[in-house]
Design a protein around this ligand. Structure first.
Ligand code: ADP
Length: 744
């Protein structure tokens, strides 16, 4: 290079180049830094004229003394190393005064032929303007970043088309559930949940077009705490440009408005629901505003009641409903509007002009108040109660009818709750009880009987409750007419709720006092008559047997056979009278049991043997063991005899009867099975009632009083046993009883 200059460029050209160079050039001797040469630019920088040549620089530009130039120049002269520095500040006094300026400096050594450092070549380029501009830029960028960091809103700056996160404030980090680690990442890597959503593309568009993008209440799906959440933002994407106007980034500012959006959505949902609800409630709803009550809105119910009201929106109450004039409705509106208090009106009679139909309305007027508590509008809610009123009247009429009916009946009628407390009773019960019970309502019905009957009645009641079965009992109650206790027959049937539980009892009581008296008289008569008949019958039996023996001895076999038949008939009559006597004993409570211990199956076997003598069928005795019982042997044999006799009687034309004695736990069971006429299922439990005989084509051909089983049941019950029957009509019956066995 040096050679090229030496050979090709004239010293004049070099001097011109030196003098006109746009940078400051100077040559300073190492010896006291005497200015050897300096071009115009340099002289200008130093604020000097060309007379400084050959003078010490630090003398002519003394302000350089306080700066590091002396050190730098000394070092270059000593070390021979070139010093380069960019944007180096230097204070220089110029025409305008002392100024801080910036330079790119090169201080390079100049060697002589012996390679000694003799001078320093100074090249200084004034870049003050550039530095000041760039400083301004840095300052504004710093301010911008500071603004982002401290912003009240979510803010971030993304650089380049890749949108690298350059600055992001805590608010933005918080809303996307990230930490500052994402700074320096591309947005799609830093906030991956944004991938697949439109935001990144929108930002790139802003980057490409340089146009700001704004959105309101835009939904973003952001993963927070591992859960994808719907977040709503108001936000802007603003292009950020450099001094040349080129877009180098996107500034994003956002406000999380999720709460507002959700609240508004909810409010609007609720509003819609409410609207739908109000629209569809089966009541008429209308809103009237201002003092003249202009119709603002009405629902379907209102339209059903008055026809389509929408053409009347904005019209006053008086204009729309002139028929209210005489009803007091206008006054009610005034009252609510002035007082600010709701009112309810029931059963307002309404008849439209020219309309035959009378309607009854219940309505509520509810004021809407402003902040000062003054009414601004009135919501009217009305419902048609015409049908309800008609039904209530009907119900009242029918209730009255039933009450009259029930009061007219000669029976006492009542209903009770499941706890036996009387809920309703007809006048007959009240009159019957008269002064004795002030008010039967609420009383337990069994308490309304003779004190001696209460316990028994209560027991029967409780049994009926447990079995959910009809209740029937005879008891005495005080009759204020006859001033004495009368016998009543009380029957009650339960009614059930949907769960099958008793909800109510409906009962009736009939006065059976006279019947009871007659029954007593009959029992007394039967008692006396059968007792009186017994003695002559016993004598008759003895005479019949005596006659039989005398005739047989006389060889008169024919007449002896008549005497035998007579004896058999007397025996039958005796048995009938025995039954009647037993009944009178039972009803008068005089039947005595002579209890003793005996072996049950032995008695059964004896009875089978005895009855076999006169039975056309074969009686098979199956002894499956038995046990010792403590009971009245005679009475138990009477029961066995009765059951076997019935089996014989009610199974004609059959060949077998099976009698069994079986031990079952601590009882012994005795059963008689026949294959005869049997009985219908619904009759089988009634055969143990007094005088009850199953009716039917076949049954009535068999003689009997219907007392045997009644007596048997009484004996077994009093012996602490049980009696029952299983029977199929046309196939036969099995009558059984069981008795407790004696435990060792
Ligand atoms: P009675 O036999 O004198 O009529 P009971 O009290 O012994 O009176 O019997 C009552 C009723 O029960 C009878 O009238 C009959 O209808 C029925 N009954 C009793 N035992 C049988 C049986 N073994 N088979 C069919 N019906 C019977």
């Amino acid at each position: 290079m040096q050679n090229y200059i030496k050979n090709n460029i004239s010293p004049d050209s070099l001097i011109t180049l030196f003098a006109q160079a746009p940078v400051g050039l100077a040559l300073l001797k190492c010896d006291h830094f005497v200015v050897e040469a300096a071009n115009e630019k340099m002289l200008e920088l130093w604020g000097c004229s060309s007379d400084i040549i050959s003078k010490r620089l630090l003398d002519v530009v003394p302000e350089l003394n306080d700066q590091e130039f002396h050190t730098i120049l000394t070092e270059v002269c000593q070390t021979g190393k070139t010093f380069r520095e960019k944007k180096m500040p230097a204070k220089i006094t110029q025409k305008e005064g002392f100024k801080n300026r910036y330079f790119d400096f090169i201080f390079s050594p100049v060697f002589d032929e012996l390679q000694n450092i003799v001078a320093v070549n100074v090249v200084s380029t004034d870049i003050t303007d550039q530095v000041l501009t760039s400083n301004k830029l840095v300052e504004s960028e710093f301010k911008f970043k500071d603004y982002i960091i401290n912003s009240e809103y979510c803010a971030a700056l993304y650089i380049g088309r890749d949108l690298v996160i350059d600055v992001i404030n805590d608010k933005m980090l918080e809303t996307v559930d990230k930490t500052a680690d994402i700074i320096g990442m591309k947005i799609e890597d830093g906030i991956p949940s944004l991938r697949g959503q439109h935001f990144i593309d929108d930002m790139k568009k802003v980057f490409d077009t340089g146009e700001t993008f704004t959105a309101f209440e835009d939904k973003a799906l952001i993963v927070r705490n591992g859960v994808l959440e719907e977040i709503y933002y108001d936000y802007t994407y603003q292009p950020v440009k450099n001094s040349l106007g080129e877009v180098y980034g996107v500034f994003n500012m956002a406000v999380d408005v999720t709460e507002t959006v959700v609240a508004r959505k909810k409010a609007s949902e609720n509003f819609n629901k409410l609207k739908g609800f109000i629209e569809n409630v089966p009541m008429a709803i209308a809103v009237f505003k201002d003092e003249d009550f202009k119709l603002e809105i009405s629902n379907k119910g209102a339209n059903n009641l008055w026809g389509d009201l929408s053409p009347f929106y904005g019209k006053s109450l008086k204009e729309i409903f002139p028929e209210f004039e005489s009803t007091g409705v206008f006054q009610h509106f005034e009252q609510v509007f002035n007082s600010g208090k709701e009112i309810k009106i029931n059963e307002m009679k309404l008849q439209k002009a020219g309309d035959f139909d009378v309607k009854y309305l219940n309505y509520i007027l509810h004021p809407t108040l402003d902040e000062a508590g003054k009414a601004t509008s009135i919501t009217a809610i009305a419902y048609d109660v015409t049908e309800e009123l008609k039904n209530r009247k009907k119900l009242l009429n029918s209730e009255k009818k039933y009450k009259n009916l029930s009061d007219a009946l000669p029976l006492i009628i009542f209903t009770t709750n499941p706890q036996a407390e009387i809920i309703y009773c007809n006048d007959r019960l009240k009159n019957y009880l008269g002064e004795t019970v002030k008010d039967p309502i609420g009383e337990k019905f069994y308490h309304l009987s003779h004190p001696d009957d209460v316990e028994e009645l209560k027991e029967i009641w409780q049994k009926a409750v447990t079995k959910k079965h009809d209740f029937e009992a005879e008891h005495r109650s005080y009759n204020t007419y006859s001033k004495e206790y009368n016998w009543l027959l009380t029957r009650a049937v339960p009614t059930f709720d949907e769960d099958g539980e008793i909800s109510e009892w409906i009962g009736s009581s009939t006065n059976v006092n006279e019947f009871k008296l007659l029954e007593n008289q009959k029992d007394t008569f039967l008692g006396i008559a059968s007792h009186e008949l017994k003695t002559p019958l016993t004598s008759l039996k003895i005479y019949a047997q005596l006659l039989e023996r005398v005739l047989k001895k006389a060889g008169d076999e024919k007449n002896a056979a008549f005497a035998t038949k007579m004896d058999a008939q007397v025996t039958k009559l005796n048995s009938l009278i025995g039954d009647l006597l037993d009944v009178t004993k039972i009803t008068s409570g005089k039947m005595q049991l002579m209890e003793e211990e005996f072996i049950f199956e032995d008695l059964a076997s004896e009875m089978v043997e005895e009855l076999q003598l006169n039975a056309p069928q074969t009686i098979i005795f199956e002894n499956k063991s038995g046990g010792t019982v403590f009971a009245d042997k005679n009475r138990i044999s009477q029961v066995m005899s009765n059951l076997i006799s019935n089996a014989i009687k009610y199974s004609p034309n059959t060949t077998e009867i099976v009698v069994t004695s079986t031990k079952v736990d601590h009882t012994v069971e005795f059963c008689v099975q026949d294959f005869g006429i049997g009985m219908p299922a619904d009759k089988k439990d009634r055969v143990f009632e007094q005088y009850y005989r199953v009716s039917g084509d076949e049954q009535h051909t068999f003689p009997g009083l219907g007392l045997g089983l009644y007596i048997s049941a009484e004996i077994i019950e009093r012996s602490k046993g049980k009696i029952w029957v299983n029977s199929i009509l046309g196939q036969g019956s099995t009558f059984c009883f069981s008795l407790p066995t004696v435990q060792n």
